[in-house]
Design a protein around this ligand. Sequence first.
Ligand SMILES: Nc1c(NC[C@H](O)[C@H](O)[C@H](O)CO)[nH]c(=O)[nH]c1=O
Ligand SMILES: CC(=O)C(O)COP(=O)(O)O
Length: 161
Amino acid sequence: MATINKNLSDYDKTTIPDASKFRFGIVVSEWNETITEGLFQGAYDALIENGVLPNNIIRWDVPGSFELIYGSKKMQEQMVNAVIAIGSVIQGETKHFDFVCEGVSQGIKDLNVLHETPVIFCVLTDNNMQQAIERSGGKHGNKGTEAAIAAIKMAELRNNS
Ligand SMILES: Nc1c(NC[C@H](O)[C@H](O)[C@H](O)CO)[nH]c(=O)[nH]c1=O
Ligand SMILES: CC(=O)C(O)COP(=O)(O)O
């Protein structure tokens, strides 16, 4: 199903584990800052709504989405139950978009394969700014909310396995 047929902020609260026992790391890319701030807010609000204590949310900023890999790797070392990597890549005139998207998605996949702490992929890869606006608190909801719910579920899975 495409995002266009699904609001990214919708979730069934009754299916979400109690998150009050968990600590989360959020790594935020500064590129397309208005978008990544919207995603951060969506993630932060959803964590709080599901019982996470403000002191148990650690935020670090990195320059761009490519740096989310290193930032998330260091965040995995911080005694957190899960990490959320937040970025926004927007298509430009060159192939740079493809390299950044490929690098960050493969890099975060590698962190999930190599280490115990789950890293959630909250990186928008849009054709234009309008698509990014619509997915960071706009008409399609907020991918930050979706990422926070995924982080809680993965923290619980890790706890129980
Ligand atoms: N163009 C975008 C970038 N580019 C920057 C890279 O992510 C990286 O910071 C640079 O190559 C230095 O290593 N980053 C985004 O997050 N979004 C973009 O649209
Ligand atoms: C995603 C990008 O790399 C980007 O927006 C850069 O734009 P350009 O390809 O025009 O340099």
